[in-house]
Design a protein around this ligand. Structure first.
Ligand code: B1M
Length: 225
């Protein structure tokens, strides 16, 4: 039987292992990140544990730093690359159904709007944080969102708009999801430079994120509800 001291020592070692992994993600050091992920796998850590306690924990810290203005887009890109490479190291050891995922997100820029740089960043941050993301692209019509929800059964639908003239389309997409009896099955989040929390409330969205870092936290929070 394992004693309390051994248990505490084992737990501390495990936490410190993940703290190195988390540090590698924050530093955007993908070589170290893959090395530490492989080490943890070889030592028998479960992929789910590595993803949740290591990779996602690291991405949340990075996301918070981005939202706080301490990190910039290149920092986020490097961190996301580190996590993506670590996930690639984990993938061959698991079947598709065993692959840990935080949740599924369908994302797109609304119809009439071709701005996709911010949406692409948000999609990449969410992938880096462990979400499975289905990116519908830009200028996405209402019915394509509806079809994608039927096809992928996401937990979250994310809409981006950069134009004041296309923001109202978010409301129509919510209405289209409602008409198709799909709205109750998903949480809807919105973002983009002209979008605000007030606007999100007005159109009945479940959440608003001002940036990619905040989108990670928001999606995680909505899935915990
Ligand atoms: Co356009 N454009 N543009 N443009 N463009 C803006 C948005 C504008 C503010 C410029 C200006 O006048 N100062 C203005 C909009 C004015 C308004 O509506 N109030 C404008 C205009 C008018 C237009 C055209 C109409 C110009 C014309 O043709 N007369 C036209 C529209 C075309 C169309 O969509 N139908 C147009 C075209 C273009 C380009 C094609 C040239 C190009 C887009 C290229 C592309 O995306 N592939 C472009 C660009 C680059 C811009 C600016 C300069 C930069 C946008 C950008 O990529 N920012 C922009 C001015 C500006 O913002 N300074 C402008 C960087 C990006 C990382 O930030 O997209 O805000 P952002 O994303 C952030 C957050 O908003 C948030 O997270 C991201 C990362 O942190 N976020 C989300 C975004 N989506 C989210 C979703 C979420 C959560 C968070 O959850 C789902």
């Amino acid at each position: 039987m394992i004693g309390t001291t051994e248990l505490v020592l084992w737990w501390r070692k495990r936490m410190s292992d993940y703290s190195n992994l988390i540090q590698a993600i924050v530093e955007g050091n993908y070589v170290k990140c893959v090395e530490l992920t492989n080490e943890a796998l070889d030592e028998g850590a479960s992929p789910q544990d590595i993803v949740r306690s290591g990779l996602q924990a690291g991405m949340l810290i990075v996301g918070d730093k981005f939202s706080a203005g301490d990190f910039f887009i290149p920092d986020m890109l490097m961190a996301a690359r580190a996590v993506t490479r670590a996930m690639e190291a984990i993938r061959p050891r698991l079947s598709d159904s065993e692959m840990p995922t935080l949740g599924r997100v369908v994302i797109g820029t609304v119809s009439g709007d071709i701005h996709d740089i911010g949406k692409n960043l948000v999609a990449m941050f969410l992938r880096g944080a462990g979400f499975e993301v289905f990116d519908l692209g830009a200028n996405v019509p209402d019915d394509k969102f509806v079809t994608a929800v039927k096809e992928h059964a996401p937990d979250i639908v994310g809409m981006s708009a950069l134009l004041t003239t296309t923001m109202p389309n978010m409301k129509y997409i919510i209405a289209a999801l409602d008409s198709a009896a799909l709205l109750s099955q998903v949480k809807v989040i919105v973002g983009g430079a002209p979008v605000t929390q007030r606007f999100a409330n007005q159109i009945g969205a479940d959440g608003y994120a001002p940036d990619g870092g905040a989108a990670i936290r928001l999606c995680q929070k909505l899935l915990e509800e």
